[in-house]
Design a protein around this ligand. Structure first.
Ligand SMILES: [Zn+2]
Length: 106
């Protein structure tokens, strides 16, 4: 699944959708686009004491994913075996949260 991003029309940098200026060349000529939602787990943490609305889902993993196209995004890991450098793929975007699963679980 693809992931929405902004791309700088001047220098082609890939940026988070929340950005209004390019962090490389400061241009405000950004366009909405999508990149491939594949990457690897850069870091992770296990949430035992979850906020009230997620309490019934705990414990769960929050991962930092280094996307193949350059950005790092946080998301939830829905697979079983969380490990640094595991190849993951974006599965679902729900309530503006990214849900990733291991690529070999496809
Ligand atoms: Zn730029």
């Amino acid at each position: 699944m693809n992931l929405p991003v902004k791309k700088c029309k001047q220098c082609q940098s890939i940026l988070y959708t929340s950005k209004y200026h390019c962090t490389t060349c400061f241009s405000d000529e950004l366009e909405l686009t999508e990149i491939d939602g594949k990457g690897t787990i850069y870091s992770y943490t296990k949430i035992h004491a979850a906020p009230k609305q997620f309490a019934d889902q705990a414990p769960y993993y929050v991962i930092l994913v280094h996307l193949d196209e350059g950005l790092k995004v946080t998301g939830r890991f829905t697979g079983d075996n969380v490990q640094i450098d595991t190849p993951v793929e974006l599965d679902e975007i729900k309530d503006r949260a990214y849900f990733f699963n291991a690529q070999n679980n496809k």
